[in-house]
Write a protein that binds this ligand. Structure first.
Ligand code: MN
Ligand code: MN
Length: 324
């Protein structure tokens, strides 16, 4: 079992920074989840610097502790995880970067390990979905973002951070009838932009609708839409209001608070989640490290979901043996 260093024994500011002080080992043995970085940012349409996102998140994550009181679970009693380090990206070449992502993720998926991927700009999610498709076939998607990222191109370029979900549909990577986008807001290029995403097959809950129907109704709609399908969760940090997450490339005001940002992850408990990414953290625009504080907490809640799922399956096995 791989678990974080005990910060009551070894001060948390000591040592080389890994996510949550997990061991930095590239192993697929006895591991339930891996945290890994994809520091690619040359498909961003506005500010760049998301390549420094993974290390920025790691730097702050040393403060995390193993017991999650909100979900009442001591994560590492149930699961084991490592910091896998970063995937080698090819700056300026999204397609070759996707090839590297697929090559690194596939061996993890083959062993039912849940990858938790830190971007990078949002273009990397297409590489992630290509890997998941190879192992699972089309997967459902839960996508938190202030943007739909279903535009066709920028400057004629097809593989940008605002296009991954259109490409994913075109490539048949998604079980789009079970996919949903949440949080869209801010000025668009045209009135068609959100309808376009719906035409591609996504259910879309804009931020305005989120405010109208409220958190529990949003979660109900997510669970109903996804059902028991294997699902990939893609979380763009700009889903959150820039007052709580200023360190990002294309901020949009009028978003959720940091508390709500965590609740949306906790509310996913019970889904059959096979992987996560958290993208678009851009340290150069962060302020007082608050984006890193939130990003590390979001990933912590993602790891918690892995532990909760593992606990459920252990309990199921246990009750199966006792009733025999
Ligand atoms: Mn995005
Ligand atoms: Mn976005």
């Amino acid at each position: 079992m791989y678990k974080p260093k005990d910060s009551s024994q070894s001060p948390r500011f000591c040592g080389v920074r890994t996510f949550m002080r997990l061991e930095n080992i590239k192993t697929t043995d006895n591991v339930d989840f891996v945290v890994l970085g994809v520091p690619f940012d040359t498909a961003a349409s506005n500010r760049t610097g998301q390549r420094y996102g993974p290390q920025h998140i790691r730097n702050f994550s040393v403060l995390l502790r193993p017991y999650n009181p909100d979900m009442d679970i001591n994560i590492f009693e149930y699961c084991s995880g490592v910091d896998y380090g970063d995937i080698d990206v090819i700056p300026g070449n999204a397609l070759r970067t996707y090839d590297n992502i697929v090559k690194e993720l596939l061996p993890l998926l083959e062993k039912n390990i849940v990858p938790i991927i830190m971007g990078g700009d949002h273009s990397i999610t297409l590489g992630n979905l290509r890997a998941f498709y190879k192992h699972y076939g089309p997967v459902a998607l839960v996508h938190f973002d202030s943007h739909g990222d279903t535009w066709d191109h920028y400057y004629g370029e097809k593989y940008m951070h605002g296009t991954p979900f259109r490409r994913a549909v075109e490539e048949g990577l998604l079980d789009v009838d079970h996919s949903i986008q949440i949080g869209m807001r801010g000025p668009l290029y045209s009135a068609d932009d959100i309808e376009d995403a719906r035409r591609l097959g996504f259910e879309v809950i804009t931020m305005k609708e989120v405010r109208q129907i409220g958190f529990s109704e949003v979660m109900k709609r997510i669970h109903k839409r996804v059902g028991d399908k294997p699902v990939f969760v893609s979380y763009d940090i700009d889903f959150v209001d820039p007052a709580f997450a200023p360190g990002t490339g294309t901020p949009e005001v009028g978003g959720p608070t940091s508390y709500e940002a965590l609740e949306y992850v906790r509310g996913l408990d019970g889904l059959n989640i096979v992987g996560f990414d958290l993208v678009e953290v851009l340290p150069a625009y962060d302020s007082g490290e608050i984006t890193a504080v939130l990003a590390s907490a979001i990933i912590y809640e993602m790891i918690t979901l892995v532990a909760l799922k593992k606990r459920r399956s252990l309990q199921k096995n246990l009750s199966a043996t006792t009733t025999q």
